[in-house]
Design a protein around this ligand. Sequence first.
Ligand code: SIN
Length: 538
Amino acid sequence: MLLEVPRPNIREFDFIVIGSGVAGLFTALHLTDHGKVAVITKDRLTESNTEYAQGGIAVALHEDDNPRDHERDTLIAGAGLCDLEAVRTLTVEGPDSVRELMRLGMRFDRSAGELVYGREAAHGVRRILHASGDETGHEVERALSRRTAVHPAIEVFEHTLLTDLLVVEGRCVGVDALALPDSERVRFVAPVTILATGGLGQAYSITTNPLVTTGDGMAAAWRAGCRLRDMEFVQFHPTALFHEGSPKFLISEAMRGEGAILRSEDGEHFMPALHPQGDLAPRDIVARAVVAQMRKDGTDHVLLDFSPIPRERFLSRFPGIVGELAHRGFDIYQERIPVCPAAHYFMGGVATDISTRTDLPGLLAVGECTSLGVHGANRLASNSLLDGLVFGLRAANLAPRLPKLSYELLGVATQMTPPPVRCAPVAVHGHLRRLMQDYAGVERDGESLAEAQQVVGDWCRQLATVPSASRSEVEAANLLTVSRLIIEGALARTESRGAHFRTDYPEIDDTWRRAQVYQADADGGPVITYIDIADDGV
Ligand code: SIN
């Protein structure tokens, strides 16, 4: 049956940026000398994962630090799956991109005029720049969104939801979207589209990620035939506040960097016996240790003890966390705080090269929605905002040099009937979140993954195509699409590495020193191929 899809409003630009976190806005602001830029975001301009980032930005700027040491820490955390060239790009280009962020108005914390560096897990030195103590992401969004909102070369489309990439003759020529809340069709046409749509934490019932993180860009790229990569690697943060509701409030790792320690329900300080770096062991190790401790104690949380942090330091360094905990009724000087692991960051995403090119000409991708091996199997703390800056600048350098649209292509792009929208019943999202949490969470095994594969595969086959849909219905469909790939990848990878832990294959296996790359077959199901990872010398 042919669906009557309404004609969209058409808007033409030189560049389309989808997403308004650090990667999207940094890219957009650096394109403004080259033409008209559309920034499309499905919520308010400032609503993104970036807004909630607490820890900071890891960068080798201090005179006692250097990019090689930062590279080494990143490679070690990445557990043998990092692409050395990508990591080197991140750490070497990091300092200049952070200086550029400061030029745009970012105010990092300083003492006597000098930048102050914090410490986080698995960093050999203090190298984390932060702002307003623990509100770094908010300050990044403030600085970038303020400029974006008033820039004459940028038009911002808030509450506008990407549905599909517009592909003509094998090239991305723009996007189809829905203007919310009425879900009216709108089409954006441009020679270059840049995906900066962020992660997919909302695939899990326990996550630190805000409601906007539903894998929209990854799902759209997948439908358009792009390869995705490293989908089995979901990073769980060990210390989200244990409370009702979602998302969970993050308790920054920087607190452990300043001395806070994890204790069991009966007070045991359990990390030192498990890893030489104790409470500052890599994030995956601490998350699994917390899960093991919860299982041992029969609890759904462990306790974070702030008492080793001096009170004055506490207030100046963590005003946001102190305020939020007080608001929730915790007396942080008297009590230990209940915490649990939560889905926090996604190492997988749209496969790109180090210039941010995807498989589709005319489509670039930056930030958390991408995967190029820069984080390997496990991202080093506070490398994500840096990733958005470094590769955002790279995209902004490349985009103006890509071919323009021919008159004929422009004609087809504006005339083509939009495809129907993919949607799923909103109730499926609730079931999916619980299933992913239980079957594809901090620990996985073959049996439960196979069960999840069956269930989510069936849900995916039942996705409806309709002329238009609500935001929640589109998001549910996108989450199903990306969750299916997480499950497939986790099932295929019969070893444990970085953030992927299989209880039935608990050891690292060197024959698995390769990235999994996913391509859609004719039915939309994944075919997995591999990229062998060269020895990175660690
Ligand atoms: C944190 O503040 O613990 C999170 C930092 C990060 O995810 O990089």
